[in-house]
Design a protein around this ligand. Structure first.
Ligand code: E4P
Length: 216
């Protein structure tokens, strides 16, 4: 399973990318708004840091307008992937983008049927939102299992991005379920690096080394 970083914050993206484990970036209008900066500028900066797919979302709700936005956004950089909301209009736009060779990430996916429709519309990626389903008492990871099974049954090539990740366990469960990618917030990525026994082990090694060298 590949790891993407789910943020529009340049410092977080730089720090995450420097670990050597990040293959792409996902943003959404809320994440961009949080930065309070020009959308195009932010996307350009991200593209200058990360050599991999960068999802940038359309704001329009009508297919024709989404397609226009998709063309504008994809002109910013060859790595831009157009995030399109999972609606009937979004499906039309996804199909049009596929025919134009524009990569898409169908977002706000909350059911396996939505994922199937997105795949059939030619989406490059689908983003099921695990955490937001858990928030309302549904089974977010169960949805990942369902989509993996359905895509496998029919050889669908659309890649599954496990999104709306809240904690490291979501990442582990997404990998076990067979998601192709998990897009993780910076905080979760850093939590994944930690284990108390790693810290304890380092302390013990350094203390023992200090006893040997007399530098305790
Ligand atoms: C996915 O691409 C979205 O940007 C993101 O994962 C949404 O997560 P949230 O539910 O924490 O807003």
């Amino acid at each position: 399973m590949l790891l993407f970083i789910d943020t529009a914050n340049i410092e977080e993206i730089k720090a995450a990318y420097s670990l050597g484990v990040i293959s792409g970036v996902t943003t959404n209008p809320s994440l961009i708004a949080k930065e309070g900066r020009d959308f195009t500028q932010v996307v350009k900066e991200i593209a200058s840091i990360v050599d991999g797919p960068i999802s940038a979302e359309v704001i329009s709700l009508e297919a024709g307008d989404m397609i226009k936005e998709a063309e504008q956004l994809s002109a910013i950089h060859p790595n831009i992937v157009i995030k399109i909301p999972m609606t009937a209009e979004g499906l039309k736009a996804t199909r049009a983008c596929a025919e134009k060779g524009i990569k898409t990430n169908v977002t706000l996916v909350f059911s396996a049927n939505q994922a199937l429709l997105a795949a059939r519309a030619g989406a490059t990626y689908v983003s099921p939102f695990v955490g937001r389903l858990d928030d309302i008492g549904h089974d977010g990871i169960g949805l990942i299992y369902d989509i993996v099974e359905i895509f496998d049954n029919y050889g669908l090539e659309t890649q599954i991005i496990s999104a709306s990740i809240r904690h490291p366990l979501h990442v582990l469960q997404s990998a076990k379920a067979g998601a192709h990618i998990a897009t993780v917030p910076y905080k979760v990525l850093m939590q994944m690096t930690k284990h108390p026994l790693t810290d304890k082990g380092i302390d013990a090694f350094l203390a023992d080394w200090g006893k040997l060298t007399g530098k305790v």
